[in-house]
Design a protein around this ligand. Structure first.
Ligand SMILES: *Cc1c(COP(=O)(O)O)cnc(C)c1O
Length: 420
């Protein structure tokens, strides 16, 4: 029998990122049961892959923004910084977490809206070049919004969808992409890390396979950004989008990012023309003229308030480097799997995520028919995972904020809940 509490203590003591946890609100000291009981703060938070914790610096950042940039500078702040913010913040995310050179990334809208804009931009560019490119490739287990908006685009443009039937306990393989892409494929849209299983797709090979067939690719990086290394420029990716409220801790509804490879910036048009993406924003001219480069991909007034909380977290990721984050992420997920094999498998729990760390992202899904009820019982005990059908308890591990001790406190609660 492994002494998991002792193992976790050793892992925490040797963790080069251990002090970052205390730069986030609500993390307290390890083993702070009494505190948590008093404040209602989670003993174990396993949902950093869904809604990251707020950085302490974000609280100060937002307060000083209210007093200074908004409260005092008022409308002057548009000229002083807000007009540039969607692109400066985009470049910061691009450099830190996407492997993207400047001028290709913007922050605006929700992930769903950016996915729509980029998917429509891609299929329209393809149809213009070759009207026979009438198919969109996607996988049947992708996040609902990704599937729904592709259905809408297909209906609107008279295209058809080719679904990859992906395994909900792993994900989309290179071979599956090869099977369904051909000279009729306009666009391939896939998640890099699958939201259900945590499967990590092969970004560079799948991108190359799509290109071999003349297709464009749009990567959904919602569960990758800030958790696993991404190299969009090196992969030769065409488009990407993703959430900032998951591992980037931007807060609920924080605006998403979009990436458009520089080679597409001139030729591609996006479908929601707005004044903020126009060439001369304040000319109030009679007709839309697209703004230069990445500028045309934004539409209306950017959500400035929503761009504040993520800034100190992106700074932290830049400080430690994504490779250090990935190393801790792997160690965290391996600890969950080792614990599950020893203590949860005898209770009928199955690991519904890839076991090979090079095909696993930042979370582990534990499957058992009773997990929906187990999740409710755990929330009442301030242990916070989430639940995804069928029977999946998702354990999200956010390397900057999750400690190894927290993992064991939470998994002990899973075990004792299942036993009762
Ligand atoms: C979280 C997530 C989204 C969320 O989209 P919103 O527009 O922010 O609600 C979309 N796609 C994937 C794959 C996700 O994991």
């Amino acid at each position: 029998m492994t002494d998991f509490a002792a193992l976790a203590a050793t892992l925490d003591a040797n963790d080069p990122l251990r002090d970052y946890r205390h730069r986030f609100f609500g993390t307290g000291a390890p083993g702070h049961e009494a505190d948590a009981a008093r404040t209602g703060m989670p003993l174990a938070y396993f949902d950093g892959n869904s809604l990251g914790r707020p950085a302490v610096a974000a609280i100060e950042r937002i307060e000083s923004f209210l007093r200074h940039e908004w409260g005092t500078r008022l409308i002057r702040s548009w000229d002083e910084e807000w007009m540039r913010l969607p692109f400066e913040l985009g470049d910061h995310i691009g450099r830190t977490a996407l492997g993207a050179a400047p001028g290709q990334t913007f922050v605006a809208d929700s992930t769903s809206v950016i996915l729509f804009k980029l998917a429509r931009a891609a299929v329209d560019a393809q149809l213009l070049r070759d009207p026979a490119r009438t198919e969109i490739v996607a996988d049947s287990d992708n996040f609902p919004t990704d599937r729904f908006l592709l259905e809408g685009i297909a209906a609107e443009r008279g295209l058809s969808l080719r679904w990859i039937d992906s395994d909900p306990e792993s994900g989309v393989s290179l071979e599956q992409v090869r099977e369904v892409t051909n000279e009729r494929t306009a666009l391939v849209l896939l998640s890099h890390v699958a939201y259900r299983s945590g499967f990590l797709a092969d970004g560079p090979s799948i991108t190359a396979a799509a290109h071999e067939m003349g297709a464009l690719i749009l990567w959904d990086l919602s569960h990758s950004v800030g958790s696993v290394p991404v190299q969009l420029d090196a992969w030769g990716a065409d488009f990407a989008a993703g959430c900032t409220y998951k591992y980037l801790c931007g807060g609920p509804g924080a605006p998403a990012f979009g990436y458009v490879a520089s080679r597409h910036l001139d030729e591609v048009d996006q479908p929601i023309h707005g004044w903020m993406g126009a060439a001369d924003v304040f000319s109030m001219g009679p007709r839309y003229e697209p703004g230069p480069g990445i500028v045309k991909f934004i539409t209306g007034t950017p959500p400035v308030l929503g761009m504040l909380a993520m800034q100190p977290v992106i700074d932290m990721i830049a400080e430690v480097g994504i490779e250090a984050i990935r190393a801790k992420s792997i160690a965290l997920t391996e600890l969950v799997i080792a614990y599950a094999d020893e203590h949860l498998a005898p209770l009928g729990v199955r690991v519904a995520s890839p076991r090979a760390s090079d095909s696993r992202g930042g979370h582990v899904t534990l499957a058992h028919p009773l997990m929906r009820d187990v999740t409710a019982a755990l929330w009442a005990r301030d242990v916070i995972p989430d639940y995804r059908d069928p029977g999946g308890l998702r354990i999200g591990l956010s390397p900057l904020t999750t400690s190894f001790a927290e993992v064991i406190v939470g998994l002990d609660a899973v075990a004792s809940t299942l036993k009762s």
